[in-house]
Design a protein around this ligand. Structure first.
Ligand SMILES: Cc1cc2nc3c(=O)[nH]c(=O)nc-3n(C[C@H](O)[C@H](O)[C@H](O)COP(=O)(O)O)c2cc1C
Length: 197
């Protein structure tokens, strides 16, 4: 039988493992590098898409994602900050489900720092014309910025989504019994409990 991880029956250990995997996902290619981000559509229906997890701040309980100001997700977050994020790492047999509030940063210190740390190949995504989601007459009928000035101008469309975690659900799959735990943070403090898997 495979050895059980140290967090298996340790509630605080499960939370630490969730944050560790998220941090690892932001730094490297892993199951947690490209989670799915859910927002509420303007009609109240759920909207879901893959994103790159760019940064994790365990102390502040925040996750960082980048997007274009012209995208649906940006408009949806601006209209209703409630958001959820899902990540599953098949190798680690670990699923994390997060719910919280998202905040958009554009043209401020947070956006400048994230833009400064982005690679040129990432920056070109924000100077595209027309904006993301615009119907096109042909698949290739959109253009990326061609010169440095046009790439730099993309900063005006660059947005950082900072998601503050209010609820984190952890699920570890094991033959000897799955482990599911719920962690919550609200005005009254922090909650932690095991859940039936
Ligand atoms: C692997 C992968 C990573 C992606 N990363 C991002 C990302 O970090 N930010 C983003 O806005 N879109 C990203 N996308 C594109 C989105 O999934 C989505 O198609 C696009 O942003 C439009 O979403 P929206 O109309 O809901 O705003 C990624 C797609 C894939 C397949």
């Amino acid at each position: 039988m495979t050895e059980l991880p140290s967090f298996y029956d340790d509630l605080a250990g499960c939370l630490a493992e969730a944050w560790r995997r998220l941090e690892e996902g932001a730094a490297h290619q892993s199951g947690f590098h490209t989670p799915a981000l859910a927002t509420l559509g303007r009609d109240g229906a759920p909207r879901l898409r893959t994103v790159v997890l760019r940064g994790v701040d365990r102390a502040a309980r925040t996750l960082r994602i980048h997007c274009d100001a012209r995208s649906d997700k940006a408009a949806e977050i601006a209209a209703d900050p409630r958001a959820a994020l899902h990540a599953y790492d098949a190798k680690a047999k670990l699923q994390v489900r997060i719910e919280g509030r998202a905040r958009l940063h554009g043209g401020d210190e947070v956006a400048r720092a994230a833009w400064g740390a982005s690679r040129p190949m990432s920056r070109v995504c924000y100077g595209t014309a027309p904006g993301p989601g615009t119907p096109l007459p042909a698949g290739g009928a959109s253009v990326q910025p061609q010169d440095e000035g046009a790439v730099a101008a993309g900063f005006s469309e660059f947005r950082v989504v900072v998601l503050t975690v209010a609820r984190l659900e952890f699920l570890y799959l094991a033959r000897s019994g799955h482990r599911r735990a719920l962690f919550t943070w609200n005005g009254e403090g922090q909650g932690a409990t095991w859940l039936a898997p």
